[in-house]
Design a protein around this ligand. Structure first.
Ligand code: SF4
Length: 202
């Protein structure tokens, strides 16, 4: 029997619209902060991975493209991708690059000139000046270019992983997934120590 669709089953549309809007107006990139804050808040408050399981548009998009549209080889991801050292190593790398992006924003705040580029995979600088908005405070625009770079890079990595392995193989080492899982496990352990029965779904 077909499972009835809920509103959150269509959040993949939000992910697609987000990427398209950032192509025309970089300031929309700021909305990506929600994809950082909501999963963390859900895992901190509820101690579960409801965001990943239900509300993540990006995960749904990979499922759709790789599953229904057949763009995935559907091969099992290599074991190292699941290993703790790789997942936490990638999270550390990802966060380091994120902090460097914030530092660049800070430099622009301090007077350095704005760079209207999107950096793909932390290396390739793509011209993106058409998406700039005249008159906007330079550091606000710089953060948007930097944040869009983070979102585009993780999407491209996710698409490559989706094509090579199972549709949602990106989720195996996604930094947000690693963080929310870590938070969830810490909460779970705390509940156990407190003698409460944990309902966490980590
Ligand atoms: S692991 Fe990352 S991409 Fe996958 S569902 Fe969770 S937040 Fe989304």
């Amino acid at each position: 029997m077909l499972k009835q669709k809920r509103w959150y089953d269509y959040l993949w549309i939000v992910s697609v619209v987000y990427l398209i809007l950032g192509f025309f107006n970089i300031l929309f990139a700021w909305f990506g902060l929600l994809c950082f804050m909501i999963p963390l808040l859900i895992s901190i408050i509820n101690g579960n991975k409801a965001y990943c399981n239900k509300y993540c548009g990006r995960g749904q998009l990979f499922e759709l493209l790789g599953g229904r549209f057949g763009l995935s080889r559907k091969a099992a991801p290599p074991k190292f991708l699941r290993s703790k050292w790789f997942r936490y190593g990638f999270l550390t790398f990802f966060m380091t690059m994120f902090i460097l992006m914030l530092y660049t924003t800070y430099l622009v705040f301090g007077g350095m000139s704005l760079k209207e580029v999107v950096t793909l995979l932390w290396v390739f600088k793509l011209p993106w000046h058409w998406a700039g908005v005249p008159g906007v405070t330079p550091w606000v625009a710089q953060f948007a270019f930097g944040f869009y770079s983070v979102m585009l890079t993780s999407t491209v990595l996710g698409l490559i992983t989706m094509m090579l392995f199972k549709p949602r193989s990106w989720c195996v080492y996604c930094p947000m997934g690693t963080m929310t899982q870590g938070i969830c496990q810490i909460k779970h352990r705390k509940d156990d120590l407190d003698g409460r029965k944990s309902k966490a779904n980590c």
